[in-house]
Design a protein around this ligand. Sequence first.
Ligand code: 5GP
Length: 184
Amino acid sequence: MIVVISGPSGVGKGTVVDDLLRRNHDMHRSISATTRAPRPGEIDGTDYHFVTPEQFSIWVDNGLFAEYAVVRDNQYGTLKSSLNAVEPSEIVVLTIDIQGGLQIKRLFPDSLLIFLKPPDFRELERRLSSRGSEAACEIAGRLELGRHEMAFAKDYDYMVTNDRLERAVGIVDAIIRRVLRGQE
Ligand code: 5GP
């Protein structure tokens, strides 16, 4: 099964997915390709496949992507090869934006789309600022995009509020298990 986790930047998608994968050994993450530069500590092939815009275009032209989108001036895409290995009993988790999530749903109608929502936007602003890696206008841009993304969340299968990590991961986990049982 394919599970897509989306949500505004800073909502804690990465932390929720890390925790989910730590708990469940039948789940693994799909590693996306991106043209953005690695942040300190990010590892090529583990966090993303970091590629040049030229390389990304070649992969687009060769039909290597299941979905791709531009997010804040950078390109991101899910390689078909990272989904090919998906057996019915395996769960692959995609942490991607809404445009990508909706493309995946069209291609794979059985995929499960979960939107992570912040308790409120002031909290999101606080989380983004405390990350300390981005300038103020970058943070403003992310918040704006986050508000825009919220408008599309209605097309997702489930919406989960990430107020407390433990609780949010528990709910996401329970949703995945229930949907999986229904598909068996
Ligand atoms: P970041 O640069 O902060 O890692 O990610 C920025 C945004 O791009 C996030 O919303 C993230 O979920 C999204 N993203 C990451 N990988 C992909 C992908 O393969 N496809 C799409 N459509 N979005 C992605």
